[in-house]
Design a protein around this ligand. Structure first.
Ligand code: MLT
Length: 211
């Protein structure tokens, strides 16, 4: 998959897997990674699907209606790509935290829904429920930050609650952060994600235990 990789500056800091929104590229979330964990290595990936020239991580049939067959296929593709990238760049495969926005948050959610141990944690900015009717793997001890907008017309508050519930039932430690905003990724939401990350994965966080 087309991507950029930047090595980290702190041994043991999680690798950030960056997943852009519809129409974005692998460059979009680099400043967000810098705000969340400037010492982390970064693997930023471009979605392999094009919708009217706009990169995405999986196909959709309409706004908010996903092509589930493609979603499952693309989720497997990204999961394998992570294995390959870990071998190529020499990072620890078990030390990857996803940071996704919108469509990127949806494929990160789908990874959590399908594969045990694929992500050490996830920051999901404006995610939806990626698919329904599947049994989630055990997510015990996996911290998940969900950033949501009270007036988000794409990821509605009820869907945010549903997603948080499904992840929590599977054992994930879910924190939901609400913004008085729509679908936009705001600076205050990124700042909230950064404090959440520092508490769980920042330097010395191991000794502090989980909140
Ligand atoms: C999706 O298609 O993943 C969601 O509708 C969010 C988006 O607009 O990309």
């Amino acid at each position: 998959m087309k991507h950029v990789y930047r090595p980290g500056k702190r041994e043991g800091a999680p690798v950030l897997l960056l997943l852009h929104g519809t129409g974005g590229t692998e460059h979009d979330l680099l400043p967000v990674a810098g705000a969340i964990s400037p010492d982390s290595a970064v693997l930023s990936v471009r979605g392999n699907v094009l919708e009217n020239g706009m990169p995405r991580f999986f196909r959709r049939l309409a706004e908010g209606v996903f092509d589930i067959e493609d979603l499952v296929f693309r989720t497997a593709e990204l999961h394998s790509f992570l294995d390959e990238a870990a071998a190529q760049y020499g990072f620890e495969r078990g030390n990857v935290v996803a940071v996704g926005y919108s469509n990127g948050a949806n494929i990160a959610g789908s990874m959590l829904f399908h594969y045990e141990g694929t992500l050490k944690g996830a920051i999901l900015h404006h995610p939806m429920v990626p698919l329904r009717g599947v049994r989630l793997p055990g997510l015990s001890g996996v911290p998940v930050f969900i950033g949501a907008g009270e007036n988000d017309p794409i990821c509605r508050p009820e869907e945010t609650d549903e997603l948080g519930g499904l992840l929590s039932e599977a054992g994930a430690e879910v924190s939901v952060h609400w913004e008085r905003a729509g679908h936009r990724l705001t600076g205050t939401e990124v700042a909230a994600a950064a404090s959440w990350f520092a508490e769980r994965f920042g330097e010395g966080a191991e000794g502090r235990g989980r909140a």
